[in-house]
Design a protein around this ligand. Sequence first.
Ligand code: PGA
Length: 254
Amino acid sequence: MAKNIVIANWKMNPDKSSIAQKLFQDITKKAAKYKKIEVVIAPPYIFLPAAFKKNKAASLGAQDAFWGETGSSTGEISSRMLKNIGVSHVIVGHSERRAIGESNELIAKKLRGVLKEDMAPILCIGERERDGGAKYLSFLTDQLTTAFFGISKKDVLQTIIAYEPIWAIGKSAQEAMDAHKLYEMTIFIQKVLTSLYGREVASKARIIYGGSVEESNAENLLKNGNISGFLVGRGSLDAQSFDEILSVVEKGKK
Ligand code: PGA
């Protein structure tokens, strides 16, 4: 069975290379203690290259990638380029990118680009808000079915699905999703995957949670949320806080 995974999404932080290098070193030093989890650090592109010498404690992640390999796409970075500098995981469809205009179709192209390079995509999905009529469920179904349209079973299993309800991102642990609701949502995601790929794929697919994960809520979410790990934003910008989350995941059972 695949290890639980914890991904550090630094977003647009920090503002200096020296701080990024120090944070990377501090996190990898701590991550080296843990044997039962996979740790991925996704800094901004600019801090990815030479700055980070190969280490065994964490894999390198990127926060986005354009499709295609090389070509006339001003300002973009391709999956191929990322792979060539040692990146193994790429976040696609984060809600903060959807908020600046990325559509389900664009995200589907990016997902394919990552898979083509045989890297692991981290596909983010999540509703902006909850409505009484449960429209958010069809919103999530659309996000999943468009992203996975025409994608093979093998590639779905290579993809990590990060369920991140937008209303729970960047808040406090108390305002994050509770474990019971998370359980319902991961079952729902598995149901959608069952309809697309069958039960076996749905039960093996890796689903993680993101949205105000801290040490204080990580244990309950992991034990009762039917998840395989976390995508951590703010809590990954401080090595000590991130270490506390890692330690909970190392101890926790799925
Ligand atoms: P947060 O961010 O942990 O700061 O809520 C999570 C994310 O947006 O990936």
